[in-house]
Design a protein around this ligand. Structure first.
Ligand code: FES
Length: 145
């Protein structure tokens, strides 16, 4: 078996680390396409187990929003929907370690879209979200939630 010098070992290790990072980024890019009706998205909660527990989240894309949206369940029946567009310069934020993090310049937001770390100064755009009596999540795409 051929021995590996330090440079070869470091290069091989870096490849594995980079592959892992790419895999994580791809997983973060996956979003569920949904079709809005009259500017409103309706999701039957029973169809989305990712939203069954507090802390659960779902990334959706619609033809009526400029970028995918993160739907996040908080305690109880509180749901928050925020745009994935970073308010600094428009990169797409990713769900990472309990935050929404921007890969471009390092801004981070909490799961309500509030800025935790700049350079972004404004919160992520929010969309009014509520649960109807028949367990359907309604998201208004007009914004300002
Ligand atoms: Fe997100 Fe700059 S675009 S931090």
């Amino acid at each position: 078996m051929k021995s590996m010098d330090r440079r070869t070992f470091v290069g091989a290790t870096a490849s594995v680390v980079v592959s892992g990072a790419v895999f994580s980024a791809c997983a973060s890019l996956a979003s569920v396409p949904v079709t809005p009706v009259n500017g409103r998205v309706q999701l039957a909660l029973s169809d989305y187990p990712a939203l069954a527990q507090p802390g659960g989240s779902l990334k959706i894309s619609t033809s009526e929003s400029a970028a995918p949206l993160f739907v996040i369940r908080h305690e109880g029946d509180e749901f928050v929907t925020v745009s994935s567009l970073c308010t600094h310069q428009g990169c797409s934020v990713r769900a990472e370690a309990g935050t929404l993090a921007c890969p471009c310049h390092g801004s981070t937001f909490d799961f309500r879209g509030v800025v935790l770390r700049g350079p972004a100064e404004r919160p992520l755009e929010r969309f009014p979200t509520r649960v109807t009596s028949n367990n359907v999540l309604e998201i208004e795409l007009g914004g300002s939630g």
